[in-house]
Design a binder for this molecule. Structure first.
Ligand code: NI
Length: 402
């Protein structure tokens, strides 16, 4: 079966490259993936796969029922959104949408899942159970498309036993995959703080409450959360990426705005740390007569790959790609809304290599010149298919067959 899937994926590659380039040329921002969703729907139509579209506006969920479709269900997920980045590549397939770019490879993920859909549809009389394909909006933006789709019932009727998702990984060459069981990616909470002081003449500070001076104390004080409150064995990052206030040398402004992010791996510590951030900020501001308005919307939880599910997926990948092509991944402080699925059901979020021999296409995601070695599309489509078929076969107590 492995050779047959590989041959099929290789035969699909020119078509997958065409799809990926089309999506790359027409990127859309989070929760506005209208053309992308229509493109996905039209490709599913061509394959004769039933789907529901318009879920949370732009989500598309398809089902491929095999034999005994009620027996088990495996879900495969791809995200579809692009980033507000101006593409600097000069390729023929560069973004045609000004200021928007598929710089995180979600065009690749969508294409790989469409490729897997084509393969799995051909194998539908050879597996037991149902394969659910989730084309998800809004991975890049709070509250995360995954959380909204789950509320809309994407993990019900049928409820998947496990979910798998892949992500491009330029640190590894095309043709490889990377896995990590247990904790893999960080939680991410966005922090918005407005410090309200009292503006006035720069030369008469005694008549003001200077929010710029208070903001400096708040930023310095909050470093203590990471350096003195967190367990050094549990990675934590607190970064303020934006500070805005005032406009000239001789005026003390009324307000200063701070924007930052907290990253952790432990959900209990995450809640505790957010409490410290609120408390320290409010109390420092109060000490100097300023007021703190703190807004921390619900962010992404940390991503936990079910150890058994991941061990099994890694073994399937080893069969499919060969042991030398399967790597272990390190912890990442980046976040991913796939974590919402793995809070609910067992899941495995893995990586596919996308560089060319580790020499070309090595720029990191979110870079304005990010690109991939396109044969990775066949690897992604083939591996997703094989993992889904093997996972269902394992549930049925059989083997998908090598
Ligand atoms: Ni991404």
């Amino acid at each position: 079966m492995i050779d047959a899937i590989k041959e099929r994926a290789a035969a699909l590659l020119p078509g997958l490259i065409g799809m990926r380039r089309h999506l790359h040329q027409h990127p859309e921002l989070s929760f506005r993936e209208y053309e992308t969703a229509a493109f996905v729907a039209s490709e599913l139509d061509k394959l004769g796969i039933a789907y529901q579209k318009g879920i949370c506006d732009t989500g598309v969920v398809a089902l491929i029922p095999g034999r005994n479709p009620d027996k088990h269900c495996i879900a495969l997920r791809a995200d579809m959104d692009a980033l507000p980045i101006q593409e600097d590549n000069e390729t023929t397939y560069r973004s045609r949408n000004d200021g928007i770019m598929h710089a995180c490879g979600h065009d690749v993920h969508t294409t790989c899942l469409l490729g897997a859909a084509a393969i799995l549809q051909e194998y539908k009389d050879r597996f037991e159970g149902t394969i659910k394909l989730i084309f998800q909006p809004g991975e890049e933006k709070n509250p995360g498309g995954a959380s909204l789709l789950i509320k809309a019932g994407v993990l019900d009727n049928p409820a998947p036993d496990a979910i798998y998702g892949l992500h491009v990984y330029p640190q590894l060459p095309a043709g490889t995959a990377g896995f990590r069981g247990g904790q893999y990616m960080a939680s991410a909470d966005e922090i918005y703080i407005t410090i309200k002081g009292k503006g006035g003449h720069a030369a008469l500070p005694q008549q003001t409450v200077d929010p710029i001076a208070v903001a400096a104390m708040v930023i310095t004080g909050l470093q203590q959360v990471v350096s003195r409150k967190s367990n050094p064995l549990s990675p934590t990052v607190l970064t303020f990426g934006k500070i805005a206030g005032g406009h000239t040398t001789n005026v003390i402004p009324n307000t200063v705005e701070l924007e930052g992010t907290l990253r952790t791996f432990d959900e209990d510590w995450r809640r505790e740390a957010l409490g410290y951030i609120r408390q320290i900020t409010s109390q420092i501001c109060a000490a100097y007569g300023a007021e703190a308005l703190i807004d921390i919307p619900d962010g992404y939880p940390s991503l936990f790959n079910d150890p058994e599910t991941t061990k099994q997926a890694r073994a399937f990948a080893t069969d499919f790609l060969g042991a030398a092509q399967v790597k272990d991944l390190e912890l990442r402080m980046g976040a991913e809304d796939f974590a919402f699925y793995t809070q609910r059901i067992k899941g495995c979020f893995f990586r596919i290599g996308t560089s060319q021999n580790g020499e070309r296409y090595t720029l990191p995601v979110h870079n304005s010149r990010f690109d991939i070695d396109e044969p990775a599309l066949a690897t992604g489509a083939g591996l997703m298919s094989y993992i889904a078929l093997s996972a269902l076969a394992a549930k049925a107590g059989t083997s998908a067959g090598k």
